[in-house]
Design a binder for this molecule. Structure first.
Ligand code: LMR
Length: 411
């Protein structure tokens, strides 16, 4: 095969991170990858994670044995509670099959693989259901679902004029999509736009999806970053579960625990209320376990242990929520600061979208040309679509960034 392997393009996001690292300018600013940075532009190990680290270090029983194929049960069971609610009927009724994954990417992959095998809504194995992705979406979604042989389509999401949600276009596309399509939904803090449906809009979306028999595939990577409140950020998923959908959830703890490299995540299959729910859950879990065994054998232990310690201890759990508020609060402060500075400079255009959008990202509206210029002239790095990771801003660089945006917008 070596002779015929073509050169693949570099991953845009990790390529951006590499270019930033290689830039020797002291003024450089990294607004690229969605990873939290503190006021000093440094990675932040959550204080509660440090405590969990300490507990693991001092545990004489700790070892490096394999986890079971489905992962650490004390982690996956709490992960389900975090997303569905501790008193969720779906959990009490045994309707949730949870399996630990290689963070959110691994959960999307395992979910895609599972659906490509077992979701056969047209009774014809060669006619696969299409996965509808928001336009735009996290770039990796495209290749994750293509890689498991599922066709991809898009639904309108971002309205360039209002820099908000194109709810009309989205609803029309969901109505026009073939029945029983798979619809990928960002649970909260949409990546890359920072634009989420309102609770009323979620209800409208759910109604259309129920009428069309669509299958919801939720990706939740930013729970705690949208509103700062874990329950509110899970409201869309909980609504769909309450409405009785059969659905799946890809859950990442990379961002909200700051466990990026530890790859702590979970995949949940929630079946619709039924008399044989227990049997469905057992069968689904058995197939997920079989797929997992050939894919990764069993998931990594360390991040799961850290999260499990925190999620199972009321005091540490409360502290985690406090740490989450620290991160989301600083991001909100930076949104306000960036908007205020742009408005003070009288930068052409409107900038309210910076504070209207939520979560880790802002979709600035800068075009590809402006993004290239701001990188060349000011050493400020962001993705080509004009997305900035708000966490890369701090009180020392926000004026510099605003000044640079002002300059490229006027050019
Ligand atoms: C991002 O979009 O920046 C993050 O989700 C990081 C990633 O893995 O792409």
């Amino acid at each position: 095969p070596a002779q015929v392997v073509p050169q693949a393009p570099e991953d845009p996001l990790f390529g951006l991170a590499r270019a930033f690292k290689a830039d020797t300018s002291p003024q450089k600013v990294d607004l690229g990858i969605g990873a939290y940075r503190d006021e000093n532009a440094k990675p932040w190990v959550l204080p509660v994670v440090k405590k969990a680290d300490e507990i693991i270090r001092n545990d004489p029983e700790a070892n490096h044995e394999y986890l079971p194929i489905a992962g650490l049960a004390s982690f996956t069971s709490k992960a389900a509670e975090i997303v569905l609610g501790a008193s969720a009927p779906a959990i009490a009724e045994g309707r949730v099959a949870s399996i630990q994954t290689i963070s959110g990417t691994g959960a999307c992959h395992l979910g895609g693989l599972f659906l490509s095998r077992f979701y056969n809504p047209y009774g014809n194995a060669s006619k696969k259901p299409t996965v509808y992705l928001s336009n735009p979406t996290w770039a990796n979604h495209n290749q994750i679902f293509s890689n498991v042989g599922l066709p991809i389509a898009q639904y309108p999401y971002f309205d360039k004029k209002t820099r908000g949600l194109d709810i009309v276009g989205m609803k029309k596309a969901l109505s026009d999509a073939p029945e029983r399509s798979i619809i990928l939904l960002h649970a909260c803090a949409h990546n890359p736009t920072g634009v989420d449906p309102t609770p009323a809009q979620w209800r409208e979306i759910a109604e259309i999806m129920a009428a069309k028999g669509h299958f919801p595939f939720f990706d939740t990577a930013y729970q705690g970053f949208a509103s700062g409140d874990l329950d509110r950020d899970a409201a869309a998923i909980r609504l769909f579960v309450e409405l009785g959908f059969e659905l799946v959830i890809a859950q990442s703890f990379a961002k909200n625990f700051g466990l990026y490299g530890e790859r702590a995540g979970c995949f949940h299959f929630v079946s619709a209320p039924s008399l044989d729910a227990a049997s469905v859950t057992t069968r689904v879990a058995s197939q997920l376990t079989l797929l997992q065994r050939s894919e990764i054998s069993n998931p990594p232990i360390y991040g799961a242990k850290v999260a499990s310690i925190v999620l199972n201890d009321p005091a540490l759990f409360a502290e985690w929520k406090e740490n989450l508020r620290t991160m989301s609060g600083r991001i909100i402060d930076m949104r306000k600061a960036l908007r205020a500075k742009l408005e003070e400079l009288g930068t052409p255009g409107t900038w309210n979208h910076i504070t209207d959008q939520i979560g880790m990202f802002s979709f600035t509206g800068l075009n590809e040309n402006q993004v290239a210029k701001i990188r060349e002239e000011f050493h400020i790095y962001m993705t080509k679509n004009g997305r900035i990771s708000m966490a890369g801003l701090n009180t020392r660089n926000v004026d510099y960034v605003a000044g640079a945006v002002d300059k490229v917008v006027r050019e």
